[in-house]
Every structure is written in structure tokens, then in C-alpha cells.
Design a protein around this ligand. Sequence first.
Ligand code: PMP
Ligand code: GLN
Length: 382
Amino acid sequence: MRPFGTTIFAEMSALAVRTGAVNLGQGFPDTDGPPEMLAAAAEALRSGRNQYPPGPGIPELRAAVAAHQHRFWGLEYDPDGEVVITAGATEAVAAAILALCEPGDEVVCFEPYYDSYAASIALAGAVRRPVTLRPGADGRYAFDPAALRAAFGPRTRLVLVNSPHNPTGKVFTPAELSLIAELCQEHGAYAVTDEVYEHLVFADAASGHVPLAMLPGMRQRTLRISSAGKTFSCTGWKVGWASGPATLVSALLRVKQFLTFVNAAPLQPAVAVALALPDAYFTDLRAGMRARRDQLVGGLTDAGFDVLTPEGTYFVTADITPLDGTDGVEFCRSLPERCGVVAVPTQVFYDDPEAGRRLVRFAFCKRPEVLAEAGSRLRGAT
Ligand code: PMP
Ligand code: GLN
């Protein structure tokens, strides 16, 4: 694991603390999640729910996960056997890859990719086959269908799909998902989907969120992963889940029992409460985040960046070329000292750093006054 060094998120958050900069690097909200959820966690702590919960997660949370997926996506999973609770989506992704891959198996993924993917693939002794997402003339990131087709081969074990996508904010379209589904079936591959931003697709996106598992033939070969962190503004809780057919879920659980065994007992009933919140909670979350997106996109545009407006997530990527930037890593390392703002260079999420050399990512899951301050600092420096 030596080549993996320290994650960019840890490096950039430490830089923010050291320089006192506004941290738009690591993606975490600066406000708390729903009060009902926080009260339920406090109550669980006080009422003695503090010992090991069952390995797959407490029944009420598994039932809430299943009901939530049915309510929003019409997907049916049996809470007993088809749902498992994990230490965030991160553990679910790692356990899924470790469970499904033998050394030398290939994992197709889209770059830029969330950094834990490469590490989890390496831990499994598997090989990643990245397909590059590039910004098109329409400002949307897309992949070359021929490149995706070429990435699948006889050693392909699974494809890892993150939609809505971090760091680009791309929402995979039904046509793109159909091609992925077709290739999985042609090659007998599994799919592992990371849908942690499932509730953060904005009204002006070309398409809404479509779980890959909904496509014909995909439910039986897909492990669908999500987590509470983004939807309920509790990234530090690390409560996530995976759903899929019992064979895949039990394979994942076999690995998970030796990674963490079980997860945070008192937080599980609280997340169950949050998942059952009325639709208005999810609508307001999305609308609030869209307003923040528009605020930050405006601030970055005024500061001279070439901004790629995201359709989902709480990240925006921007090209530094108009600001005479040639390398995002250098740009992000000097930005806190130049103007007191932290961003993340997206080239670290590519196998081919050239593809993302001039792109940087800003998080907009922050209070409006924080985004306003970041905007004025950036305008002052550019
Ligand atoms: N996947 C993606 C795409 C993410 O952006 C993140 C960041 N939170 C995670 C997984 C990790 O989620 P969790 O904190 O639930 O492990
Ligand atoms: N998911 C968050 C991001 O992409 C942070 C995760 C982390 O720090 N590992 O910024």
C-alpha cells in the first residue's frame, strides 16, 4: 500500500487547519443533519444501546433501508438477507471488491474515481481498468462508449459505477447505464454501484437518478451501496449499507465480519429514523444544495474559472486555464496562502493525470455566508 501515501482529503484538510483557510476541499457539511435523527441517537446512547449489534446491522435499520429504496426507487430487497449495514459506503465498497474479486481479476471503473476505489482494488490484488470521463463541448462529462466496450474483457469481474459522480457532479444517463448493463451481461460481470449522492440530483439535470439495479437483468448481479453521510449530513457517523441478491450480500458479509465485524450500535436506530423522514426532507435537501451550487458556480465564474456546472453531488469542478493555471496540484497547494481557500486537485483521481491536470474541485455543502466569503477571497486573488 506504500504508493497510496496519505489521502488528498487529509492533506488538504490539514492545510486548511494550518492556514486558517475556508475549506472547500474535503466534502463535509458545516451544519448538522435532521434534529429527529440527532435526538434518536442521543436517546439510543442513554437507553443502553451501546453493545455489539448484530453483524448485518440492527433489524430496524435494515428494514428502514429496504423501505427507503422501495419508496424512492421501487426496488425491493428483503431486509433479512438482502441488506447489510456497513461502516459507511467506504467499507461496503471495499468489502464488495474483496468479496467478489480474485487476484488478477479486473475492475472497470470511471476516472476520475473516488480515491478509496483504487486502494480497495489493490487490497484485493485486482487490476483496475479505468475509462476516462472528459468534459464535452456541452459542459457535461462523458465517456467514449468504445473505450468502455474495450475495457471489458475475459478477466472483468465487476464494474464500479458511482452516480451521481464524485468529483465531476455527473449523473449517468439512462443510455449510459444501459450500455453498462449490456456489457455486464455480455461479459458475465457484476456491478457495484456507489450511490451515496442518490438524493442530490438537481432539477436541471438531463436525467434523474436511476439506480443501475433497476435496469433489466441487473438486480441479480448488482450490489447497490449508499450511506447516511451525505443525505443526513453526518459524514462522521460512517453508517452505510449494501443491498443486493442474497448470494452477493452474504459474500460481502463474509468479508465485512473480519473488517469491522459490526458498526456503531446507537447510530443505527437514529439512521433508521432519518430514512423514514417525509419526502419534504429530501426535496428541501436537494433545493438547498442547488441554491448553494448556484452560489458557488457564480462565485467561481466571477473569479475567472471555467466552471463545469454539476448536475448532482455537492461538488463542482473548475478549469484553471483561464487563470493561467497549468497544474491543479500546484494551484491547490498555493491557493490557501494566496487567498485563504482550500480546493482539491482532481488529477489525483485519474490514472492518467493529464486528463485532469487543470481541473480542481470545490465543495459547496457549506453555509451561504461561508460560500460568499470563499467567493470574495477568490475574486480578490484572481
Ligand atoms: N463514495 C463516494 C463517491 C464519496 O464521495 C464518499 C465520500 N463520502 C464515499 C463513498 C464515502 O462514504 P462514507 O463516508 O459513507 O464511507
Ligand atoms: N467523500 C468526501 C470527499 O470526496 C471525503 C471523504 C474522505 O475524506 N475520505 O471529499
